[in-house]
Design a protein around this ligand. Structure first.
Ligand code: FES
Length: 151
């Protein structure tokens, strides 16, 4: 990966104390933090690669493996939690055979939970590659997954 691919990091001051912000920006863009990303972050924030790896392994929010073709984010913010997000997560998990934080063997689906997708009036909500699906019940959730599996 070329260093120029990390130009978006320039919005963050290149100080070691901003490493987590930088890693969050990388992950938001790529879905995970690769070995190349570690090298780039270490250079940008003036840290040793081993220090960057230490932060990555300490915080569960960071992923070291690429996500599946479809990145499913089940919202577990307050509004969605009250409206049964735990059930949504359970249904998705059962349907796909993976838990939050995992990717299926075919690398088709990865599953994660997020704090709030910003559309609480549609709770409970999940997104797939950024597209939001709201007012979910079991039938709708399973149908959406089956449609994506066929694509
Ligand atoms: S709490 Fe789920 S979208 Fe806000």
């Amino acid at each position: 990966m070329e260093q120029t691919e990390y130009d978006y990091l320039k919005k963050i001051a290149p100080e070691p104390g901003n490493l987590i912000k930088g890693l969050q920006a990388i992950q938001a863009r790529e879905g995970y933090v690769s070995d190349d990303d570690i090298r780039a972050a270490a250079t940008y924030f003036s840290l040793a690669e081993v220090e960057v790896e230490g932060v990555l392994s300490f915080y569960a929010q960071f992923k070291r493996n690429p996500p599946g073709k479809y990145r499913i984010c089940v919202c577990d913010g307050t509004a969605c939690h009250i409206k049964g997000s735990a059930l949504i997560l359970d249904w998705v998990s059962t349907e796909l055979g993976i838990k939050a934080g995992e990717t299926d063997a075919k690398k088709l689906f990865s599953l994660e939970t997020v704090a709030c997708l910003g559309c609480c009036s549609l709770a409970p909500v999940m997104s797939i590659n950024g597209k939001v699906f709201g007012n979910l019940d079991r039938k709708a959730t399973v149908k959406i997954l089956k449609e994506h599996r066929k694509k």
